[in-house]
Design a binder for this molecule. Structure first.
Ligand SMILES: Nc1ncnc2c1ncn2[C@@H]1O[C@H](COP(=O)(O)OP(=O)(O)O)[C@@H](O)[C@H]1O
Ligand SMILES: [Mg+2]
Length: 249
């Protein structure tokens, strides 16, 4: 599905990510785990073509036969619209606070799939219902909703568009434990029911244990270990992974 090969990112002469290689298999949940500052978000930014000005990425990230690192902005826009969906840590920032949810949910879902606003309303209502969200939230503004509700709205859009690949960068870090559990449950459901491939970025090993099939361990810009979650938890090979697992209890 996605094969990253020797991806390096440099910002102002500083090596942020160093020859990182990993594979995200179709139909699975793959986690990138690493402490804060290890280069997880910059990796995601490189994949999406949204690196900060002055940053330079080299290497390859092949998705559906295209190298995401080398495509034009226009092509990236088309790939994102047709195949990718992203959820970031702070859902509030993903929404425009002065626009009613109806329009924004449509932009993130029905507009992408080419549905009329009538089709959108019916389909979205059913999804919101399933997620335990009142259909009335479409008449509200983002600031009237909690962080947990906004993240659930993002999942509603992902359920709607059924992307090939969902990239979620620390989606639960701003949520409390209960909402975090609930959100992880929704991600798993998306994966199980729709077969959505998920790349889940986190600094929390409990989330990896709870949700992921495959894992990628990053440390200071380098991928130090990759593998099946159960295998890595039972037999970590890299000393850093071992330390990380030991610090869990
Ligand atoms: N806009 C930026 N300009 C320069 N350096 C940055 C910028 N954003 C992040 N960095 C640096 O890149 C490194 C990796 O950051 P990031 O990918 O956000 O880490 P993570 O998501 O794993 O916490 C950090 O050392 C950080 O200081
Ligand atoms: Mg980050």
């Amino acid at each position: 599905m996605l094969k990253v090969d020797h991806l390096s990112i440099e910002i102002g002469g500083k090596q942020i990510v160093d020859k990182s290689s990993f594979f995200v298999p179709r139909g699975k949940i793959t986690s990138i785990i690493g402490e804060s500052g290890s280069g997880k978000s910059m990796t995601v930014s490189a994949l999406l073509g949204i690196l900060p000005p002055g940053a330079k990425a080299t290497g390859k990230a092949v998705f559906n036969g295209k190298n995401l690192i080398a495509v034009s902005d226009k092509e990236m826009g088309e790939i994102r619209k047709a195949h990718l969906f992203t959820i970031f840590q702070d859902a509030a920032n993903s929404f425009n606070s002065s626009v009613k949810m109806r329009h924004q949910l449509y932009e993130f879902s029905g507009r992408r799939t080419g549905d009329s606003s009538q089709q959108f309303q019916m389909k979205m209502k059913a999804i919101l219902d399933e997620l335990g969200l009142s259909a009335e939230i479409v008449e509200q503004y983002p600031f009237e909703l909690s962080g947990g509700m906004l993240q659930r709205c993002m999942i509603a859009c992902a359920l709607y568009v059924e992307p090939d690949l969902l990239i979620a960068d620390e989606p639960t870090s701003a949520l409390d434990m209960v909402l975090q559990q609930e959100f992880i449950g929704l991600l798993k459901r998306l994966n199980e029911k729709q077969g959505t491939t998920i790349l889940l970025i986190t600094h929390d090993l409990d989330i990896v244990a709870e949700a992921a099939h495959e894992m990628i361990v990053m440390r200071q810009g380098e991928v130090v270990e990759t593998g099946n979650v159960m295998t890595v938890f039972e037999r970590p090979e890299h000393p850093y992974t071992r330390r990380l697992l030991e610090s869990r209890f």
